[in-house]
Design a protein around this ligand. Structure first.
Ligand code: ADP
Ligand code: ZN
Ligand code: ZN
Length: 736
């Protein structure tokens, strides 16, 4: 009895330890790490995932409970998948159970038996495919089953399988136990059947060089930074690389910021590669998600395009990773398990011995520095690919001008001219709603959110005041709640108000406004993008949704309003973000034969960063920004962890962070760890809670991690730890 093996199982949720269980009674399944189990926990039961089988337990045998049931006959996650998840849990100091269950499709986080649910057939596993049939010479029935399943990626119905092979159910069971076949629902086709239609472009020399260099490294770990200006044909390079990897029989993972915003990219992949491309993103229903995930896990399709969480999708034959728009913030999860999919793509590529390509027209300073240090190979595409040139950027000094609803006279004239030429113009304003606030003309009252240190945005069409930080909504009052004056006026511009103004200025010109309010309905953004490309709307207006990678060949003028706050933001990354945003928006101009022009309204035309960006371009800008970061000893020259705390009682968050500080070993020259704070968060009150920050920084990543580990060992014993909600953010990207 005592020699029974012990199952180490992690449970979904914020528990930082694995639990020991005995194997289920009367199970004929082999417990392999990566399988899910139903286990007793507290007074109920939970779903957990087996991470290791061990000969003994630190608990006495009599205290061990027995797992109730094994839910998966074969592992859902391969050893290398588990390895990546453990690495991530350790690096981001997040509970492993939460990390693992985050990586599984929602359907598999719940209790559902893989074996019995809807499974009416069997299919061959990757291990099964790799098995030499000769090893089965003495088991002709088993061999017959494998042969019958070979090539039937959708699986074969159980009845048909038994009839065709004259096998008994016992034969199937023993193959399942070996991990060579598994039960599945049959007839699940995940990809719509598109046939490849588009032919590849002949690459220009720079593109060709980029493709050759990466292709040479298939089969070994090597990071690349593909720094190519907007419209330089990066996507074309990706497509050629994907084809090269497919020819080598490998799977490819393509990470993109938001598929919903750039349906064009997915379309391009589908046109070129047909139904070998599967997509994983938040727009899929749970069942669809699971089918896609299972299909890829079985290596039955080769290409996955996905958003952030696709980094955890099992891909047994992975041979290439591409991260498009690698600078984009959406690769970092800002809630709960705060991981960076871009950063993990490097870990995964190393683990799988494959190249990883980070592509962008405006690379993050982190990646640029990695390239400078030789850790990444730099690939440059300096020119636009097709018959088009990069647009000219020009600053419009609006310091002493009277603006008409945010538009300067020059800007209005330029818009008129573009439209008169029969071309498309795009106006960019990164603020939705009618106005960022209402104010009382008599007493100066402002629409403060009752729950945040922020103003409520005026949404006129909905007749609402709406806080974009906590979601609080209320009716617009008829009169000032302070002094009773009926004169409430909007202050500043949002896209809704600017649309009104542009319609007055250009009454006969159809205008498309693109922001979260106008594209809420499913499919509406896609429709609008199609209409824009067809030329139906000469005038475009939108928030950063318009900045993302779209290809609108008719746009020749891009008008950028109001980016000044980026020059003086509290966040040290504000300048970098501003430059990226400006160039990404600017990149929508002049993508076809007619050259493009970009006008940027600013009250700080002499600001050095702005000057460098306009005159010498992004690379020069990044160079200077990096020099500043080095002087100030900020990332990427140092490493950071942000500890956040929030509570209803305004004293507790800072109090708790002070306890963190006091319980830490005093920083000394050797550890090189610095503490900044605790300080109130930039938005101190949000959704009714008071918030505080403690920033911990070090030149040595390893020092920082040792310190974090030590902290986690005792953080729960700190007196205030139960009075606050705290979280850790390793490599924080935003300081809000
Ligand atoms: P990026 O991804 O860098 O923005 P794209 O791959 O979208 O650039 O290319 C921009 C435009 O140039 C697209 O219309 C694309 O079809 C075209 N293009 C790309 N490579 C070539 C090439 N080698 N020859 C001709 N046109 C090309
Ligand atoms: Zn008033
Ligand atoms: Zn609020």
């Amino acid at each position: 009895m005592e020699s029974e093996s012990i199952l180490q199982i992690v449970l979904a949720g914020p528990l930082r330890t694995a639990f020991d269980y005995l194997p289920p009674a009367r199970s004929d399944l082999k417990p392999v790490p990566g399988c899910r189990f139903k286990v007793p926990f507290g007074r109920g039961s939970r779903i957990g995932l087996l991470i290791a089988v061990s000969p003994d337990s630190s608990l006495p045998y009599k205290d061990l409970k027995r797992a109730l049931r094994q839910l998966d006959p074969t592992p859902l996650l391969a050893p290398k998948d588990l390895h990546l998840l453990r690495w991530a849990a350790d690096y981001y100091q997040h509970p492993l159970g939460d990390v693992i269950f985050h990586a599984l499709p929602v359907n598999l986080r719940k209790e559902r038996d893989q074996q019995t649910s809807r499974n009416d057939g069997y299919r061959i596993t990757v291990t099964g495919q790799a098995t030499d049939p000769k090893t089965l010479l003495r088991a002709p029935r088993q061999r017959a089953v494998l042969q019958c399943l070979e090539g039937h990626h959708q699986g074969v119905g159980t009845r048909q399988l038994l009839e065709e092979t004259s096998a008994s159910p016992g034969v199937l069971r023993s193959l399942v136990e070996k991990g060579w076949i598994e039960a599945c629902p049959t007839g699940t086709v995940a990809a719509p059947s598109h046939l490849p239609q588009a032919l590849p472009h002949a690459l220009n020399p720079q593109q060709q060089q980029a493709v050759d260099e990466v292709a040479e490294h298939l089969g070994q770990f090597q990071p690349f930074l593909l720094n190519g200006v907007t419209g330089s044909g990066k996507t074309e390079v990706y497509l050629h690389l994907v084809e090269a990897a497919l020819q080598a029989g490998r799977q490819v993972l393509v990470l993109v910021p938001e598929i919903g915003l750039t349906p064009q990219l997915l379309q391009r992949f589908r046109l070129r590669l047909g139904d070998r491309v599967l997509a994983l993103h938040s727009g899929l229903a749970d069942g669809e998600r699971e089918r896609v995930w299972q299909t890829l896990r079985m290596a039955r399709q080769p290409v996955l395009i996905g958003t952030r969480s696709a980094i955890f999708c099992p891909l047994p034959r992975l041979g290439l990773i591409i991260v498009d728009e690698e600078h984009d913030l959406s690769f970092k999860q800002q809630e709960g398990f705060r991981y960076s999919a871009r950063d993990l793509s490097l870990v995964r590529a190393r683990q799988d011995d494959c190249p990883v390509v980070l592509g962008s027209a405006t690379p993050s300073l982190e990646s640029l520095r990695n390239a400078q240090e030789g850790r990444y190979r730099l690939l440059r595409l300096a020119h636009r690919a097709a018959q088009s040139t990069l647009p000219k950027l020009q600053l419009l000094d609006i310091r002493n001008l009277r603006l008409s609803h945010g538009l300067s006279p020059v800007m209005i004239r330029e818009l008129q001219q573009t439209l008169a030429n029969g071309e498309q113009a795009m106006v960019f304003l990164n603020r939705r709603g009618y106005a960022p606030m209402l104010t009382c003309h008599a007493c100066g009252w402002l629409t403060d959110c009752p729950r945040c240190d922020a103003r409520m945005t005026h949404h006129r069409q909905k007749h609402l005041l709406w806080c974009h930080h906590c979601g609080h909504q209320q009716q617009v009052p008829d009169q000032c709640p302070e002094c009773g004056s009926p004169e409430l006026r909007p202050m500043g511009q949002g896209t809704e108000r600017l649309e009104e103004r542009l319609n007055e200025l250009f009454p006969d010109t159809p205008l498309a406004r693109i922001d979260r309010d106008t594209t809420r309905r499913k499919g509406s953004l896609e429709q609008m993008l199609t209409d824009i490309r067809s030329g139906r709307y000469p005038l475009l207006l939108g928030t950063q949704m318009l900045a993302k990678g779209h290809h609108f060949p008719r746009v020749t003028l891009v008008a950028i309003l109001d980016v000044d706050q980026g020059l003086f933001g509290a966040d040290f990354r504000a300048g970098e973000r501003m430059a990226q945003l400006i160039l990404q928006v600017a990149g929508r101009a002049g993508r076809a034969e007619r050259p493009g022009k970009v006008l940027i309204q600013t009250r700080h035309p002499d600001h050095p960063l702005m000057q460098v960006l306009i005159r010498r371009g992004y690379d020069a800008f990044a160079e200077e920004a990096l020099a500043e970061r080095r002087l100030a000893q900020l990332p990427p020259f140092t490493h950071q962890v942000l500890i956040r705390a929030e509570a209803n009682d305004p004293r507790h968050p800072e109090g708790f962070l002070n306890q963190v500080l006091e319980s830490s070993p005093t920083p000394n020259a050797q550890t090189g760890i610095e503490f900044w704070g605790p300080v109130p968060a930039p938005m101190e009150r949000r959704a009714g809670k008071t918030r505080a920050h403690l920033l911990v920084q070090s030149q040595q990543r390893s020092e920082l991690h040792q310190w974090l580990k030590a902290l986690l060992g005792h953080i729960d014993q700190l007196p205030l730890s139960r009075r606050v909600r705290w979280s850790l953010d390793v490599d924080p990207q935003e300081m809000f």
